[in-house]
Design a protein around this ligand. Structure first.
Ligand code: HEC
Ligand code: HEC
Ligand code: HEC
Ligand code: HEC
Length: 303
């Protein structure tokens, strides 16, 4: 990274911090000037921190979507499946199943199909519990085309930038997030074999109904709420239901009600976003519900 670039990014971060806290993450602010406004012309700190060149047309959507020449058609099958359906080698069953990649008019060609590793614990172990699991199902692989810590954010519309910004996977103070040190939540592709990748992240790619009303391997109830429960916004109003943020493919009965990155975050910072982050400088993180007293987590977890 060039020194000149670091200086520019630091100044932009200081000057624009207040705008990011109040505007970018607030309910219904939309993409413009949000953390996902990468046009280079928004007021978001992202403009100078993450994007080497501004978009020539000042476009917002282009970093993720294109009207033409999309990188995928949505009928392509995923090249690599973890445990969606069980394969013969698992010894647990023989109903191997692939699923269709979801990539709505996607403008980013550098999308990985696997290798990030999977979250497993003594109380959550889908393969051994005979449950389906594929972390990349639904929109999650799309998020990782920027958030995996290895793919350059301004590699879009078929171009590969020559000096990519890769990003980190670390705590960045108690406020969470806060830029290049943490947006690469998968820690960079090369680190994925070990403890990095998605092995240290809240699980995604499991079917909610496989856990709701069920017990963990120790015989303890998972204690998940029914999917009609709604997230609560910072102002106390009811937001989206759990079922509406789970991923379903109407053309595939196997793909029904999966937890993905977009079960917690609204990439478009749309009307659904219910976290205004009132506490100090804590950011909203595009979350569907308020973090105060962990109301957000308690929407799904009845703990
Ligand atoms: C930072 C990446 C990003 C940007 C920028 C972005 N989108 Fe999306 N969009 C996504 C992802 C990821 C999905 C998949 C669904 C999801 O995650 O909620 C999606 C899905 C969609 C869908 C189909 C699903 C639905 O909910 O209707 C439409 C339409 C859409 N985006 C329109 C837009 C438009 C218009 C813009 C620009 C104003 C835009 N998006 C900007 C990432 C982005
Ligand atoms: C179960 C809910 C949940 C899921 C699933 C989830 N996140 Fe998050 N994420 C959060 C919360 C809550 C925060 C806010 C930070 C905090 O409170 O520690 C966050 C923070 C972040 C941040 C800011 C960096 C940081 O470390 O704080 C990024 C980037 C992010 N998430 C991306 C993703 C991506 C990409 C996925 C899918 C691979 C994903 N998230 C899946 C809940 C979730
Ligand atoms: C085109 C690249 C791109 C895509 C695709 C993308 N993001 Fe982001 N995202 C970014 C950048 C850049 C930031 C800015 C981080 C900052 O300013 O700290 C960001 C910020 C975030 C943040 C807030 C982090 C913070 O520190 O406030 C969350 C949460 C997040 N993204 C989640 C997602 C999820 C979930 C998806 C998929 C549904 C997604 N993103 C898709 C590039 C992308
Ligand atoms: C959209 C629903 C949803 C939200 C929101 C959500 N979770 Fe989860 N979480 C799940 C599901 C489903 C599982 C897998 C079943 C289980 O372990 O309870 C899970 C698993 C976990 C696990 C792993 C349990 C294990 O056995 O290893 C922890 C810990 C956890 N969640 C904490 C949180 C926290 C903290 C938050 C808020 C930041 C949160 N979750 C938000 C649905 C959710």
């Amino acid at each position: 990274m060039k020194k000149q670039f670091v200086a520019a990014a630091a100044v932009a971060g200081l000057a624009l911090g207040a705008v990011v806290a109040q505007g970018a993450d607030s309910k219904g602010a939309g993409i413009k000037n949000s953390v996902h406004d990468l046009s280079g012309y928004g007021t978001g700190a992202t403009a100078t921190s993450y994007v080497k060149t501004v978009d020539p047309g000042k476009r917002l959507c282009a970093y993720c979507h294109t009207p033409h020449h999309s990188a995928f058609n949505n009928q392509d099958l995923a090249a690599e499946i973890s445990y969606l359906g069980l394969d013969a080698t698992s010894g647990l069953g023989t109903t191997a199943a692939s699923y269709k990649i979801y990539a709505p008019l996607w403008s980013r060609t550098d999308v990985r199909n696997g290798g990030y590793g999977t979250y497993v614990s003594q109380t959550f172990d889908p393969e051994r519990q005979n449950k389906v699991y594929d972390p990349l199902i639904g929109p999650s692989r799309l998020c990782l085309s920027c958030h995996d810590g290895s793919i350059a954010i301004d590699s879009y519309y078929g171009q590969t930038v020559t000096n990519p910004v890769t990003t980190g996977d670390a705590f960045n103070t108690a406020l969470g997030g806060g830029g290049v040190n943490s947006i690469g939540i998968a820690g960079g592709y090369s680190a994925m074999a070990g403890t990095g990748g998605l092995t240290n992240d809240h699980p995604i790619g499991m079917r909610y109904s496989d856990y709701q009303g069920k017990q963990d391997p120790n015989g303890t109830d998972y204690e998940l709420n029914v999917t009609t429960k709604t997230f609560t916004a910072t102002d106390g109003s009811a937001g989206k239901t759990i079922s509406s943020v789970l991923y379903t493919d109407p053309s595939d009965t196997n793909v029904n009600g999966f937890v993905t990155c977009a079960s917690c975050h609204d990439v478009h910072n749309g009307n659904a976003v219910g976290n205004k982050a009132p506490e100090g400088n804590m950011r909203g993180f595009l979350l569907y519900g308020s973090q105060v007293q962990s109301s957000f987590c308690l929407t799904c977890h009845n703990k």
